[in-house]
Design a protein around this ligand. Sequence first.
Ligand code: GCU
Length: 430
Amino acid sequence: MVTRLFRSFLLLCLLLVCRPGMSQQPGINYDEAAVPAYSLPDPLLTPAGKPVRSVTGWEREQRPHLLRQFAEHVYGKTPDRKLNVRYEVRSVDANALNGTAVRKQVAVFWTDYPQLPPLEILLYTPKNTGGSRPPVFVGLNYFGNQCVSTDPGILLSTRWMMNAGDGVVVDHRATEASRGFQARRWPLDLILSKGYAVATAYYGDLEPDHPEGWKTGIRSVLDPPVEGAPDRWKAIGVWAWGMSRMLDYLETDPSVDVGRAIAVGHSRQGKAALWAGAQDPRFDIVLSNDSGEGGAALSRRIFGETIEKLNTSFPHWFCDRYRSYNNRPEALPVDQHELLALMAPRPLYVASAREDQWADPKGEFTSARKTDPVYALYGKKGIGTDQMPGLHQPTGETVRYHIREGKHDILRYDWEQYIEFADRHLRTNR
Ligand code: GCU
């Protein structure tokens, strides 16, 4: 019975990730004219109804308040307790990718819990930096580090993962055929040639992505689920936490400039990247790619995926209390523009894809736009217009947005915009 349920869950996941016939899902609205009127909470209005007018007021009171609200109602609370770690360099190749990069693989062992698998970090640093430390993109991948490139030196993940077609992942384990399986999502040639490093790790090292996954992940030892704790963290919280642990490692690695770290994530990892960026100010720039519901998209705007759909399909992602908003997003004390506003004054980029209506591109744009008053407190210009731009017309300054042609994915075009944005806005350039 349990196995049957589990199988149906996996099938559902696969269907959702592949998104066939989304428009046919009953109860899902794809008609702009049918979006009910909604009103958003004002990020600059305190719970006592007092307007926030200064950076001090924002940073001392309102920002911490909103951060707490997201922990209590949406993502769950990230535990304070630190895990002891040991870093083990597994391999270094000083001439990777045709001599353009150094490839380092580092395992993060959770020393007090030898039963936990290590977090395997793959780090590429460019060799064209003239000796200076490169800024670094930090993001989790979906099918093990070997999925990001055909580089034969990358260790093959041995962890549980979602099955993927054509013998790529069989019986939930990666095969040799998975090498470079998602290389299109990680255009290393482009990233490295522009002088950026990339650090990635498999999200399933932190928690395998299924309802029972916590039992073999970080949550098995750190704030595991308990009855009657509706704000306990879940998988999105763990993945976000993992991005910060990657930063901890990078702080010890002199080959990158961790002061210029850029959080990047696509889809469910976009949700995690935003939550990581909100909690961890060490991320200098935050990038959300097609993160949709529970990510950049507004929950109160009923279009595409809903909170209910999200919680039903992925009961292990968000805190239990989030479920109580399934049919009443208007009752949530926050909406997602306030999550985005937590990045201020750091540069933030939100991207959508035209065929990804499930993620509600307009809801993502509007959410980004609604951060403008918070960025304005810092004298920064955000999106600056209510007019959603056309395809391939990035818009905005410190907060930027684009919608591109094509499907739910993170593609070279997206990376080109992110790199240009980072070139302009990294700490040292702004
Ligand atoms: C599903 C889910 C989305 C999520 C996406 C993904 O489609 O409904 O919320 O962003 O999977 O991670 O690819």
